[in-house]
Structure formats: C-alpha cells, structure tokens
Design a protein. Structure first.
Lengths: 120, 242
C-alpha cells in the first residue's frame, strides 16, 4: 500500500501544478493549447494520488507488487515525455515558419529597394 | 529593366573574399545570366561586394543555413518567372565556364534537373579525402536505390533546373545539408534527373563548413532524412513530362 504521507504529498503537488497552470492561463502567459497537456498531467496525477486503492489495483495489473508509488512516478515521467515531444513538434513548426518569414523578408526587401521600373 | 531567362542562384555566407570573382565569372561566361546572391546574414561585406559587381542581392535577416538560403534563390526564380536556374556556391569552387555543360540538357528539354557530378567519368581528377569519398559514395548508392535511378554525386551543389525543378525546390527544400535529400525528393517527385561530369576547384578563401562533429551530424541527419523521404509520398509533377 502506498504510504499515506506520499499520497498527501502527491495530492498537494498535483493541485499546485493545476493551480499554477490555471494562473498562467489567466494571466495570458500560457496559451490554452499548450496548457492542456499540463492540465491533463495534473488531473491524472491527482487522481492516482488521491485514489489510493486505484493506484494499488493498477500497480497490480502491471505486476508492481513491492512499491505501488512507482506507478505514480512512471505515469508522471510518461506525461513529461509527452509534453516535451509536443514541444519539439511546436519548435519544428516555428523553425519552418521562421525560415519562411526570413525568406519572404529577403524577397520583399529586394523588391522594395529596386529602382522603379519605367512604365511602358 | 529587362530580365533574362536564366538566373544563377548563389548562396553566400561570409564570402567577401570570393564572391566578387564568382559573380564576375558568371557574368563573364554569359552577361545575359542574371546573378542573384543570397546573403545568409554575413558579418562581412559579402552583400556589398556582390552588389557592386552587378548581382541582385537577397539579404536574409538572420542565418538560416545553406538550404534555406538556396531555397530563397529558387523562390526568387519562381517569382520572377525565370525559365532556368543554375545553382553555384559562393566560395568559387564551381567553375562558371562549366555552366554551359549543366544547362545543356535542361535547355534541350531532356532533363528537369542536371547535377554537375565529380564522378561520372571514372578518370576524373577530383580525389576527395578517403572518408569523404566513402561518404559521398554511400549517399550516392542510397539515393540511387531509394530513388530508382543511378546517380553518382548527390552532394554536389552545382545543379541546373528547369521550371518544374524550380517550382519543386521553391516549395520544398531541406534547410541544412540539403543536397542529398533534395536529389531524392526530385527523383521521387518524378523529375527527370541527369548528370554531367564537372571539375570542382579547391576552395581559395574561407574554410569548408564540414568539421568532424558536424560531419557526424551530417551523416546521421542525412540518413534519417533519406529514410523518411523514402517513406513519404510525393505528388508526381505532371509538368515535368512534356
């Protein structure tokens, strides 16, 4: 069985995470689309921390008999990997868009600086 | 201002020592060729030198890498309606007098993309260092297998393109170490690719961008890109089959 103190710490940490994310959204420092995965992380960790029997059951399914909280860490790690992967795709997209913009600027600047062509 | 039919696309990053002669040589080979130099955010006066020799200069606001720079030139060629584009490096390693050889098959309508290859003729003089030679050969073999056509030199930056080729590369071109993957993209998109033997000169100023760590990245990146490119589907270019 998961130690009670660990469950309490887990609940506090996940509630804190959810509150911080909500506050960041409220202050417009985090866009909703990038907050969703973090909120999902917080909610899942909160559920697994609070629902102590559930954590035990899931640990049993996975064959983790000696130390059920390990499942909590595994799930947290999984979500962090998901968030990072998501960020990598976001960065890739931003990089492409950045290059596209740089190219457009180069093309436009050349056009603007060109001497006016006489109309014929 | 009248525009010609042929544009020379010349990417340059901190090449103020070589770019002037590159532009002069292209103009000297054929004054009707418009030269466009893409200045990839150089910190020296590459752009000013190129401009003073009569080239059109596209100035990138920050460094985007060789592929992104070259693509800017292809976008320019597409936008300005050029029928033919030749790509040469800004460091002077490509001999402008050989432009005739690589645009020949494009002008004759026999190819959409012509690669100036150092290895078509087995007796050619260019002998790169051993490791590089192996690398070049492995990439060429891979692209040949994945692309379904025998190519000998996929790392060459000396190429000529017709309108279909310009359109393809203006819309998709890898951003770093682009040549190998670009060749495969061209083959898989149904462009007619051919190759002619060219000589390349040793660089005179500056240094090659390939160092040891970078060459490891280069190999892994290109391998991954080739693998992924061969899993992707490319729309077949109807325009290429005239």
């Amino acid at each position: 069985m998961t130690p009670l103190r660990l469950s309490i710490a887990g609940v506090v940490a996940s509630v804190l995470l959810i509150l911080v994310v909500l506050e960041l959204i409220r202050g417009r420092r985090l866009k909703e689309r990038y907050a969703l995965l973090w909120l999902a992380t917080g909610v899942v960790l909160l559920m697994l921390s609070a629902w102590r029997d559930g954590l035990n059951t899931i640990a049993g399914w996975l064959g983790v008999t000696s130390y059920p909280p390990a499942v909590l860490f595994a799930v947290a790690t999984l979500f962090i990997i998901l968030v990072l992967l998501h960020y990598s795709t976001v960065i890739s997209k931003l990089t492409d868009e950045n290059v596209d913009l740089a190219q457009r600027i180069a093309l436009l600047e050349e056009r603007v600086s060109r001497p006016q062509e006489p109309a014929d | 201002m009248s525009r010609g039919r042929v544009v020379a696309v010349v990417p340059a990053w901190n090449e103020s020592g070589a770019i002037g002669r590159v532009v002069d040589e292209i103009k000297g080979f054929d004054p009707a060729i418009d030269v466009v130099v893409i200045d990839d955010a150089s910190t020296d006066d590459t752009a000013a030198v190129a401009e003073s020799r009569g080239a059109t200069v596209l100035r990138l606001p920050f460094n985007v890498g060789i592929g992104g720079a070259v693509q800017t030139g292809f976008r320019y060629a597409l936008e300005q309606g050029y029928e033919l584009a030749v790509r040469l490096d800004g460091d002077g390693q490509h001999d402008a007098s050989e432009i005739a050889k690589i645009i020949g098959p494009v002008e004759a309508g026999d190819a959409d993309l012509v690669i100036g290859s150092r290895f078509v003729d087995p007796d050619a003089t260019y002998r790169p260092p051993f490791a590089r030679r192996i690398g070049i050969r492995v990439f060429a073999r891979l692209v040949s297998v994945l692309g379904g056509q025998h190519v000998t030199d996929t790392t060459s930056g000396f190429v000529a393109l017709d309108r279909a080729g310009i359109e393809l590369f203006a819309s998709q071109y890898p951003h770093d170490y682009p040549e190998v993957e670009a060749t495969l993209i061209a083959l898989r998109s149904g462009l007619r690719v051919s190759q002619v033997q060219v000589e390349m000169r040793e660089r005179e100023t500056g240094s090659s961008s390939i160092t040891f760590v970078r060459s490891l990245y280069y190999i892994v990146k290109v391998m991954l890109a080739l693998l992924v490119a061969s899993l992707r589907r490319y729309p077949q270019l109807e325009g290429a089959r005239r």
